[in-house]
Design a protein around this ligand. Structure first.
Ligand code: FES
Length: 103
């Protein structure tokens, strides 16, 4: 059953920053992009590389291993060598808390 998980207080993640959470078997990367929060799996769909630490420009992240790019807001794979989209997770704010929807 899907549930809302308390991730961290909003005040702990400034615009342009990200944080990785371990949720079950997933590493989930949460980004603050201009005050909006988005969550994607932190695993590149090309060859399983860790995405965080890669270059981020606006809402695009580049995998540090072979350079595939993904849209952080939608999970869409934007450039080879990745062709499969990332899993995304719904995010909401509840009072001061960032919450992630997770099964
Ligand atoms: S592992 Fe990410 S582009 Fe290859």
């Amino acid at each position: 059953m899907m549930d809302w998980i308390n991730a961290f207080p909003m005040s702990e993640l400034d615009a342009g920053e990200w944080r990785v959470l371990e949720l079950g078997d997933n590493d989930v990367a949460v980004f603050n992009i201009d005050g909006e929060y988005f969550a994607i799996e932190d695993t590149c769909t090309h060859d399983g590389g860790c995405l965080t630490g890669g270059r981020v420009e606006a809402n695009i992240i580049e995998c540090p291993r072979h350079g595939a790019q993904f849209d952080i807001k939608t999970g869409e794979a934007l450039s080879p060598p990745a062709y499969e989209d990332l899993q995304t997770f719904a995010v909401r704010l509840n009072n001061d808390m960032v919450q992630i929807e997770y099964d």
